[in-house]
Design a protein around this ligand. Structure first.
Ligand SMILES: [Zn+2]
Length: 314
């Protein structure tokens, strides 16, 4: 038995898997919005404990626990820095050692997107491929690369597909630069754009749906509902995102020539197959070798994919 935790800005998902990578228990906590790293770690510990109890085990019985974390990861030391989506994470924090002490088992930390992509490569949509580009479409647009069966991390920052430039001098990206794919396709950038348009007097149901569901941000489910309601602003902003994704992903494929592209992430998973087909169609005009396009597939491991991928670290 091994444990896995997907640490996100809104939720902490924990799983326990057996030797065949099957999920035998799971627990979910909301990510605390106040406090600091020790509070986040306390909820991670609680989530793994709850999952372990479901199968009558102690955390010390687990072979280890893998964690997919946002931010910059120093894997050897288990240190997480620059995790801006997490509360009070202003300084690097030794998450690995803190978890090991509380859980009484080995802990390994990896980048959240990379472990989810590793999971899809080993067990999900990419299991028949030897090269893969993962595109994680969510709050931002993250990426992960596998070449010749191995993760390609570059000097530590490879796969930042969200910051491929799709328009010189274009829209401002949350990273501060202009024209990045994420400036058009990231959920955070799309929300900023929607708020701006609404202020200018454009009509949309997006914020009414958000309030109805007791939310303060335009999460994936809100976008999905607005699309179902044929909200014009949501349709226009998602179309713009799909075009940007097509341009950016095709550009990356022109460089890497991977066998498979997997589309995952909060929004990618929520919108699913029909939107994956639309991204594929938007890629076609930009592919240099258009008669041999890569397979473009939705992530297959679903909501638990990040946590299951994290179990592969131990
Ligand atoms: Zn950027």
């Amino acid at each position: 038995m091994k444990g896995g935790i997907d640490l996100g800005g809104t939720k902490i998902q924990a799983v326990i898997v057996d030797g065949d990578h099957q999920v035998v228990a799971q627990a979910r906590h909301a990510t605390p919005i106040k406090g600091g790293p020790p509070d986040v770690v306390a909820h991670m510990v609680e989530a793994i404990r709850e999952a372990s109890e479901q199968i009558g085990a102690k955390t010390g019985d687990l072979k280890g626990v893998g964690v997919g974390s946002p931010g910059a990861i120093e894997a050897e030391a288990g240190v997480v820095a620059e995790a801006r989506n997490l509360p009070g994470w202003d300084e690097p924090f030794a998450m690995g050692p803190a978890l090991e002490k509380a859980l009484d088992t080995k802990v390994r930390i990896g980048n959240d997107v990379q472990v989810a992509v590793d999971g899809e490569f080993a067990l999900g949509a990419g299991r028949d491929s030897s090269s893969l580009l993962g595109v994680w479409w969510g709050t931002g647009v993250g990426g992960g690369i596998i070449l010749d069966g191995k993760p390609w991390l570059g000097q530590g920052a490879a796969g930042e597909i969200g910051h491929i430039v799709v328009k010189q001098g274009g829209a401002r990206c949350p990273c501060g630069r202009r024209g990045c794919m994420e400036a058009y396709a990231g959920r955070s950038a799309m929300e900023t754009r929607a708020r701006k348009l609404k202020k200018k007097g454009h009509h949309t149901k997006l914020f009414k749906i958000m309030e109805k569901h007791g939310r303060t941000r335009l999460q994936s489910g809100i976008w999905s509902r607005a699309l179902e309601a044929k909200d014009e602003m949501a349709l226009a902003l998602i179309n713009r995102a799909v075009e940007a994704l097509g341009t950016g992903v095709a550009s990356a494929v022109n460089v890497l020539d991977v066998e498979t592209v997997v589309i995952g992430g909060g929004l990618g998973t929520r919108l699913g197959e029909p939107y994956v087909r639309r991204i594929e169609a938007a890629m076609m005009p930009h592919l240099f070798v258009s008669d041999r396009p890569p397979a473009v597939l939705p992530a297959a491991l679903g909501d638990l994919g990040g946590a299951v991928g994290a179990t592969l670290l131990v």
